[in-house]
Design a protein around this ligand. Sequence first.
Ligand code: TDX
Length: 335
Amino acid sequence: MKTCLITGGFGFIGSNFILYILKERKDIAIINIDDITYAASPKNLPDNLANYKFYKINIADKPALSEVFDNNEIDYVVNFAAESHVDRSIISPGVFIKTNVEGTLNLLEVSLKHSVKRFLQISTDEVYGSLGKEGKFSEKTPLSPRSPYSASKAAADMLVMSFFHTYDMPVLISRCSNNYGPYQFPEKLIPLVVINALNNKNIPLYGDGKNIRDWIYVLDHVKGICAILENGKAGEVYNIGGDSEMENEEIIKYILNKLGKPFSLVKYVKDRPGHDKRYAMDFTKITKEMGFFPVYDIEKGLDLTINWYLNNENWWREILSGDYKKYYKIMYDHR
Ligand code: TDX
């Protein structure tokens, strides 16, 4: 039995990863470290999971992290924990540095001290910056982050690589495009659109609505992460993409159509400052080396996601009844 320590296991991608591993891999036990900040919820995982332990810890708290490593034999570390919303990073960048940069450094130091066998940093296509109409990001594209969020992720990636070169630590980095699927917090475009539409509420569309993202269903991402964790080469970066570029306006039209809601719900609002125009991933490296290719096309993935939000109204209603209202006002009232 191998033990894999996951940070951010109550978040969107982390919880999907844990569910997948515990279902598919009986030879892996999970330790979940999560501080249960606003975008995370214990309700993202069932109670009484087997081969599973949880510690409520912020990765910025190094002594608490060290204690977990002192008390458990840990083989792999996968760092999902991050502040991840670009708009929030524009309003308050400090916490992004604390969690994403300092937190990653703590985790690297503690993992090095305990000689973990693999350390996988979950990163993002945003570290590469913004594309024009042509081209895709490859692993060789120079880093050019343009928001406080992506700058914090790029800084973390650089620290991770520095541990490979300096200490010969077996680190890997995966950089993925825009995820969507069950349990995504409704500050991100797709769940926000679904939930606002269901509530007949305006849908804020930034700028001209023509920005392009390469969408990937979260389960495809999770499978890519597993492949990298087991078969990736230490010191390497692997891009993961969805092969599904779409304009924001097109995505919204598709969702509204599925829900039988009118496009008149869409309100074009003031653009996000520094809004990246287009992301697209060249992920031939992971395809060639590990046979990875996303299996969910965008329509199938969106249909599954819409149905999940329709069938899990309690999950998102609870979020809407909390601090989310305050956040929404700050974010959208001025636009
Ligand atoms: O209300 C909205 N209206 C709107 O037009 C929101 C929330 C977003 N948008 C636009 C901005 C982007 O062009 O939709 C697009 C997607 O926005 P987000 O869901 O905020 O994602 P993005 O900014 O692309 O960043 C995401 O992808 C990379 C994640 O938030 C990151 O965590 C990930 O690393």
